[in-house]
Ligand binder design. Sequence first.
Ligand SMILES: [Zn+2]
Length: 250
Amino acid sequence: MVIQLYTHSSLRNFTYLVEGSDGFYCIDPFDAAQVLENLPGKLLAVINTHEHWDHTQGNSELVSETGCEVWAHENAKGKIKAVDRFLSKGEVISLGGSKQFIVMDTPGHTHAHLCLLLVEDKKKLAVFTGDTLFNAGVGNCHNGGDPEVLYKTISEQFQEMDDEILVYPGHEYLGNNLKFTLNLEPTNQKAIDLTQKYEEDNLLVTNMKTEREINTFLRLENSEIINNLKGNTDNNKQVFLRLRELRNKW
Ligand SMILES: [Zn+2]
């Protein structure tokens, strides 16, 4: 079970509760009170995808209320307070039974950013992407990040990810990101259709197949996008960096 909590905040954060055999794991607690209200069982651990305050501010209250642990990227030492367990690339966290999180090292938005791949019965079900990959977008690099590193992460770890894997990002930015997609690629019918769906329900969950259809940062070889970009578009990396720059001013 995955519970997606929309925080109704100006930054449009998402927090997640993921069920294991012995209790729940909370990813990126924004509002501890909201987490406690929606928690169906024992909270075992908080996992922060990265160190930014809007992904960690619920930590201390959840620890004091439930006695849970705090887990974060090994590079978050000194950046996130009171971490009990530091996680590194490729680590497998058993959630009990046949369910696991696989820790992905995903620098770019910050250098202490992890994503979590949820696997059950060896099947990859979902990825919790924090501020690395959004629905129809990617994270910014303003606060301790590096767009060239983000390009490497997205192209090497997300570009080829299996179609059916669900994408659970750290923020609800789909509507605005679809506008960005359609500004660069006005004929993208999938983005037009999803915009209509979004107007009816703005808490949509996408999968990687859909992302490859609507996310400009995964469509770096699309000629319509390239034609609508000014500046250096000699290779995929340059297209990505141009898109990131444009999105910064969007
Ligand atoms: Zn962030």
